[in-house]
Design a protein around this ligand. Structure first.
Ligand SMILES: Nc1ncnc2c1ncn2[C@@H]1O[C@H](COP(=O)(O)OP(=O)(O)OP(=O)(O)O)[C@@H](O)[C@H]1O
Length: 457
């Protein structure tokens, strides 16, 4: 395959995977050779190799074949470690490297136990407004990969306001600007899980070494480790070790460090040492900006989209809860409009989003849901959060979990906390169970419809 063919394939990929995905994942690939049906590429990091293999192998193969290349599979390699020449470090497009990182790091060292990054969560797709401008600016600064100026960067704010999005954006940007850095992003829950696993498998020294070997550590939803004594202890030591080595730490939580209940005082004070930034609830302009950006992105893929004037403004006025709900509303509208092939008018939006608009008008709490469900099924309120597994109690509890997801904007971990500290996977299982059952079980479907009406009225 010639470079020219690959260039044409790239043009097609740009169209099919979108600009952000293309520039983050496809553009950094270098074609090495094409032989015996194998298209071999080089990726700058192991992470990128794994991500591309998992998520983009299919589209790449498809476009290669469409261009007449007889490719059966792709093989992505990571170049062997080499010293980075000083001249390369100071390329204009790359942020100035801090003194501590001038020596090339073993990027293909131990696998980092991080969470996968969402390719959509980039700085390009993040809409900046008054409520989030400081958080965005601070995240941008960290993403330059320059000398550590504030440590940690602590981002906090309510549900669905973009904390995770900003953290992923930092990681994406660092992978491009500073592929030599070892960047680890994971949730506090995953940190705990890894820690407990290491304890169980007597590999605690490996765990410590691994976490202390990163250049940038990002921990999402740190409030999760509050009250978990040994995990807090380990987190504290990891945190100190990294700060002492001048490594960057980014933390997110649903509230300010001082307000996290059951978090050790010494950790709170450590977290307050850096820059603590608040993501404020969205205002009308930001919501409208987000809706416009997402609509443009959608229109780029589906040019046939017809949207009447005033619909986005209406949504930005009415759905004030959080960005996740706003996105969900838009996705549903687009799906509906494309299925029925109609223009999205105000009437259609009102009809199609009745539940979201109603939930947005009237905020139902999880406690209220638990109370109503307990009354309806004649079980004790304490059984909603208690451990009993008999079906007469477990099923109503699952109904309450399902309604909590439907009628509130709470995330699964948050719902889990309100159901006696259950894990988010238990909540997900409960919700799925009800979704499966209600299609075949008329009584259950009627119960749910009635409870919804009671809670939404
Ligand atoms: N300013 C923004 N611009 C574009 N998209 C945004 C913005 N803020 C949030 N979003 C989108 O809203 C959704 C929720 O954001 P995210 O998951 O980052 O929230 P969060 O603050 O981490 O919430 P949680 O506390 O539930 O974890 C994501 O799809 C994200 O892309």
């Amino acid at each position: 395959m010639t470079d020219e063919t690959w260039g044409r394939v790239c043009d097609e990929l740009l169209k099919s995977v979108g600009k952000n995905n293309y520039s983050t994942w496809i553009a950094p690939l270098r074609l090495i050779e094409m032989s015996e049906g194998i298209a071999a590429f080089e990726a700058p990091t192991k992470f990128m190799r794994d991500w591309v293999s998992r998520n983009f192998a299919e589209p790449i193969l498809r476009e290669l074949r469409a261009a007449g290349v007889a490719a059966e599979r792709i093989d992505i390699r990571v170049p062997a470690l080499r010293a980075i020449p000083a001249a390369e470090i100071s390329k204009p497009a790359v942020a100035p490297a801090p003194a501590r990182a001038r020596v090339a790091r073993p990027v293909d060292g131990a696998e980092l136990p991080g969470a996968p990054l969402d390719a959509r969560f980039t700085f390009d797709s993040f809409v900046v407004g008054k409520p989030n401008e400081l958080a965005h600016a601070a995240a941008r600064r960290v993403a330059e990969g320059g000398p550590v100026t504030f440590n940690p960067l602590f981002l906090y704010g309510g549900v669905g306001l973009g904390k995770t999005h900003l953290m992923h954006a930092i990681a994406h940007e660092l992978q491009i600007r500073r592929p030599d850095l070892r960047v680890l992003y994971l949730s506090a829950e995953q940190f705990m899980y890894r820690f407990v696993q290491a304890l169980r498998e007597r590999q605690i020294m490996d765990f410590k070494e691994l976490f202390r070997s990163v250049d940038v550590l990002m921990v999402d939803d740190v409030q999760f480790i509050a009250g978990k004594d040994s995990t807090q202890e380990e987190f504290f030591h990891t945190f100190n070790a990294l700060v002492d080595q001048g490594k960057q730490i980014v933390i997110s939580a649903d509230r300010a460090p001082g307000e996290i209940k059951d978090l050790e005082e010494r950790i709170k004070s450590r977290l307050q040492c850096g820059l603590v930034v608040d993501l404020h609830p969205t205002d009308y302009e930001l919501r409208l900006g987000i809706l416009q950006t997402k609509t443009e992105a959608y229109r780029a893929q589906y040019p046939g989209l017809k949207l009447a004037p005033g619909v986005l403004e209406f949504l930005a006025h009415r759905i004030t809860t959080n960005v996740r709900v706003l996105e969900g509303a838009l996705t549903r509208l687009f799906a509906f409009a494309s299925l029925v092939g109609r223009e999205i008018t105000l009437d259609l939006a009102q009809e199609c989003l009745t539940d979201i608009l109603r939930a947005s008008d009237r905020k139902v709490s999880i406690e209220e849901i638990q109370r109503k469900v307990a009354e309806h099924y004649n079980v004790r309120l304490s059984d909603m959060i208690g451990p009993k597994r008999v079906r007469t109690i477990a099923r109503p509890r699952q109904v309450a979990m399902y309604l909590s997801k439907q009628l509130t904007t709470r995330s699964l971990p948050e719902i889990g906390r309100r159901f006696g500290g259950r894990d988010h996977t238990t909540i997900m299982h409960g919700i799925r169970k009800i979704e499966e059952l209600k299609d075949g079980d008329r009584q259950l479907a009627e119960d749910i419809a009635l409870l919804r009406r009671l809670l939404e009225s």
